[in-house]
Design a protein around this ligand. Structure first.
Ligand SMILES: C[C@H](CCC(=O)NCCS(=O)(=O)O)[C@H]1CC[C@H]2[C@@H]3[C@H](O)C[C@@H]4C[C@H](O)CC[C@]4(C)[C@H]3C[C@H](O)[C@]12C
Length: 324
């Protein structure tokens, strides 16, 4: 399972948890403006916006999982298994392979409004990267500081939904996830009043009872409701430190601990990493399952006019600050 979220204070923040039972081998990867992006069916872009995100790099190509561009647009792919279906290549539209979707959007869109325009003549196609990396069944959240959309490619075509919550998890399809929030409309960060029955003396005997009923399990639908509640009620100062700290707390509400989600005999899904991008400033912050210290890569500390990918390894291993 995975969860993505947005957060706005003075700057705009975008990030995700990557939950899985193994890592593909990820690196924080910067694609500078003059790295030539060769698209399988849509030509080559010699120059484009710079991108920073988490990717598996193979054959000098950044297979991005989540990323932001220098204009403040963020995009993340999350599993959508059993529902994702990609089209065949068609004439008279722009055919973009599923693995190219993040580079295609982030290399040329400066806002979600521009993304919508690009999507109106795009066909998301079933061309795999290679035999070793077949199609991934995903759906996507694409956001800027003003709006988010969810993109789902299913057997009946490409769907673009407004995403007013700015969060995404996995199945079921996005409209159902949104609909299920109706079930939780009575939840509140405030203490509840007794509306159960006039003749009963019921008391709020514990703090936090306004959110009693918020699901605590790790299913995708439950994580959607939980992170939506947490994010929509989140309050923090607007400094960089306060914003990042709050963002990691929002995604911390759906953190997956080893042992609680068995996917096959003896294999457990865990939160491999959590990212928090300052999309306004081009900084990729992250923590990993084994490293709770926040590490960061700032795209503007690199030569963004370069032609080759810049990769930083994910720092693993707890860094404990002994005080004595
Ligand atoms: C496994 C990842 C999604 C994690 C997730 O959503 N887990 C939920 C599990 S569940 O269904 O809800 O149970 C996805 C997110 C991005 C994906 C990667 C990116 O799409 C980039 C390439 C794309 C290639 O087609 C396949 C390899 C790959 C390198 C993908 C491997 C894998 O599918 C990734 C890493």
């Amino acid at each position: 399972m995975c969860t993505a979220a947005t957060y706005k204070t003075k700057d705009f923040y975008f990030g995700r948890t990557l939950d899985y039972e193994f890592s593909y081998g990820d690196q924080i990867t910067i694609t500078p403006r003059n790295y030539p992006f060769s698209f399988r069916h849509a030509g080559t872009k010699q120059t484009h916006y710079a991108i920073i995100g988490m990717a598996h790099v193979t054959e000098d190509y950044p297979l991005y999982y989540d990323a932001i561009n220098e204009k403040g647009v963020g995009m993340a792919g999350l599993n959508f298994v059993g529902n994702a279906a990609y089209a065949d290549v068609k004439p008279d539209v722009t055919n973009v392979a599923q693995f190219e979707f993040i580079p295609w959007i982030l290399s040329q869109c400066a806002s979600v409004a521009e993304v919508r325009t690009l999507l109106s003549h795009m066909n998301l196609v079933n061309t795999p990267f290679s035999e070793q990396f077949p199609l991934a069944q995903l759906h996507w959240i694409i956001s800027d500081e003003t709006a988010s959309i969810t993109v789902e490619s299913t057997a009946d075509g490409l769907h673009i939904y407004d995403n007013p919550v700015g969060v995404l998890t996995n199945n079921p399809p996005f409209p159902q996830q949104m609909f299920q929030l109706n079930n939780y409309m009575h939840l509140s960060p405030k203490q509840p009043a007794n509306t159960f029955a006039d003749d009963l003396t019921l008391t709020a005997y514990s703090r936090g009872m306004g959110a009693l009923g918020l699901p605590g399990d790790l299913s995708s639908a439950s994580r959607f409701a939980r992170v939506a509640f947490t994010k929509m009620n989140s309050i923090s100062g607007d400094s960089e430190a306060e914003s990042i700290s709050q963002f990691f707390h929002i995604l911390g509400s759906v953190d997956q601990q080893r042992g609680c989600c068995e996917v096959t005999e003896g294999k457990y899904e865990i939160t491999l990493y959590t990212s928090c991008c300052n999309a306004t400033k081009g900084i990729y912050y992250y923590t990993t399952y084994e490293n709770h210290q926040i590490s960061a890569v700032d795209m503007h500390r690199e030569n963004l006019d370069g032609t080759t990918l810049i990769c930083y390894p994910v720092i693993q291993g707890e860094q404990i600050h002994f005080q004595n």
